[in-house]
Design a protein around this ligand. Structure first.
Ligand SMILES: Nc1ncnc2c1ncn2[C@@H]1O[C@H](COP(=O)(O)OP(=O)(O)OP(=O)(O)O)[C@@H](O)[C@H]1O
Ligand SMILES: O=P(O)(O)OC[C@H]1O[C@H](OP(=O)(O)OP(=O)(O)O)[C@H](O)[C@@H]1O
Ligand SMILES: O=C(O)c1cccnc1
Length: 479
């Protein structure tokens, strides 16, 4: 993809802070930020991380152009020329660790860790969150939909309802990571190598003298590929009978009708009736596709009613997040440099879950070797060794709740992406990201994966980390 230079795609307050640091000569100090979510969206038990590819590209292309600098000069009379010169020389020189795309992630664990000059780390907050929050929201929604369709075909149809063009293509990619098979967006298909798929619109039928003629012409143009939209006039009395006639016409020419699409009415009843009609006509191979404001909830109910649907076109409620239009991922300072070196910092809150976890940390997934399932995630200081046995895992909010894990493998989730400003991570192909996602899902217990009232997954802290956090809370509490 031809990526844009997104350097100014940040909140003005970041540049103000960069300026104030520069004025105070503190801009070269090291700072560590964690990007993480506080809650899973859709009351889900997990979140699917997506967005790393775009973030990597964003970092690689960071550069204030002369136009950008002129704009900043106009916008803020306080900015001194020497500061603007500093921006002219700007590039990312720090370290970024991140989880892999497709990873199953949970609240309160670092998904991305930025360790850089404060001057750099502050600038990139906005875009990192913008990308992580949107793409992960859509990947998570797609994952919920994927869970209910089993092996049926899933197509992403959302572009017309997406929050503009970027959301459409990156949303299509996020859906593919979670298991969608194709997208209607041809550009997303080309950019990301996703199968591009499509049927036809009502306009095709309306634009002909009869539905039958419209079907015949479309099927002749795209034999073996045609999926006919059967609800323009009357699905059971006109649409499906005409589709069957069209199928017969194709068969006479040694071709086949691929499918029909239902787009309104009672999708369960129409698919059951439609399946009967097609089968009676000897067209068992003709697939039934459904669309019309679908999401995981409607699909579950259609399945409960015995709907005979082979493929699902899902648009609006996937690409916009449906009832949950944003993910609340945050980017918090967890360590800063002073004369003594790197020191952990904390942000307090009345809401205990919002208190940040200070320090330079690693995240491990504790895989039980016997069950091959995860016992939870374990966050420790970077310098701690974790594969010592047994591992005591306790709830950081209720330390009296604990367990010992013996036969485990602690798998490190944060990968080095940039070291001293250079990309050290090779971005995987989309297909590989999808496979990784599926493999990671297999480590998570069903109880956490289920769509309704999932069990909370454990995200625990090492004792040393937990103790340091408690000490900092005490130190900063006003009593
Ligand atoms: N059997 C069913 N059980 C549950 N929900 C269904 C069933 N059939 C369709 N739906 C869903 O009901 C919702 C309402 O559909 P709606 O009534 O707006 O469609 P319609 O009026 O049939 O079609 P349109 O307005 O597009 O002409 C849609 O999300 C659709 O997917
Ligand atoms: O319903 P979604 O999940 O968003 O899926 C995409 C919808 O887009 C098309 O409809 P169209 O734009 O023609 O509008 P309409 O069917 O809502 O009238 C298509 O027929 C689907 O119904
Ligand atoms: O190909 C389709 O059927 C399609 C594509 C986009 C939106 N709705 C339907």
């Amino acid at each position: 993809m031809e990526y844009e230079n997104l350097t100014l795609h940040t909140d003005k307050y970041q540049i103000n802070m960069m300026y104030a640091h520069w004025k105070n000569n503190s801009h070269n100090r090291r700072a560590v930020f964690d990007a993480y979510i506080r809650k899973n969206p859709f009351r889900n038990g997990y979140t699917v991380f997506a967005g790393l590819e775009r973030i990597v590209d964003y970092i690689n292309n960071l550069k204030f152009t002369e136009d950008d600098i002129d704009f900043l000069r106009q916008q803020e009379e306080n900015y001194e020329e020497a500061f603007l010169e500093e921006l002219r020389q700007f590039s990312f020189t720090g370290n970024i660790y991140a989880m892999r795309e497709g990873e199953i992630v949970f609240p309160n664990e670092p998904i991305i860790r930025v360790d850089a000059r404060i001057f750099e780390a502050q600038l990139i907050e906005t875009t990192i969150l913008n990308v992580l929050n949107y793409q992960s929201l859509i990947a998570t929604k797609a994952s919920r939909i994927k869970q209910v369709v089993n092996n049926d075909t899933l197509l992403e149809f959302g572009t017309r309802r997406a929050q503009e063009a970027d959301a459409a293509v990156w949303g299509a990619r996020a859906a593919y990571i979670a298991g969608f098979h194709g997208t209607s967006n041809t550009r997303a298909g080309k950019i990301f190598n996703i199968p591009a798929r499509g049927t036809h619109a009502h306009a095709w039928i309306q634009d002909h003298d009869s539905e039958e003629e419209a079907f015949m012409k479309f099927a002749e143009a795209l034999p073996d590929q045609a999926v006919l939209l059967v609800d323009t006039y009357d699905t059971l009395r006109s649409g499906i009978p005409n589709a069957i006639k069209t199928g017969k016409m194709l068969e006479a020419k040694g071709k086949k009708l691929k499918g029909i699409r239902l787009d309104s009415g009672d999708l369960a009843r129409l698919s059951i009736e439609g399946r009967k009609m097609l089968d009676e006509a000897g067209m068992e191979h003709v697939e039934i596709m459904a669309s019309n404001d679908l999401d995981e909830e409607v699909i579950i109910h259609l399945k409960l009613q015995g709907a005979k649907i082979d493929s699902w076109g899902v648009g609006t409620k996937l690409i916009t997040g449906g009832k949950k239009p944003s993910l609340g991922g945050v980017y918090k300072l967890v360590a800063r440099e002073d004369e003594s070196g790197l020191i952990p910092v904390i942000k307090l809150s009345d809401d205990l879950e919002k208190v940040t976890t200070p320090g330079l940390k690693k995240v491990y997934r504790i895989i039980n070797r016997k069950t091959n399932k995860s016992e939870g995630d374990y966050i420790a200081f970077e310098h701690e060794t974790v594969n010592d046995k047994p591992l005591k895992m306790f709830d950081p909010f209720f330390p009296q709740k604990f367990k010992y894990v013996n036969n485990y493998e602690a798998v490190e989730l944060l990968q080095p992406i940039f070291v001293n400003g250079s990309q050290v991570y090779e971005l995987p192909e989309l297909e590989e990201i999808h496979r990784y996602h599926e493999q990671q899902l297999s480590f998570i217990w069903e109880e956490t994966l289920r769509l309704l009232n999932p069990q909370t997954y454990y995200v625990d802290l090492s004792y040393d980390l937990w103790k340091m956090k408690q000490d900092l809370i005490e130190e900063h509490s006003m009593g």
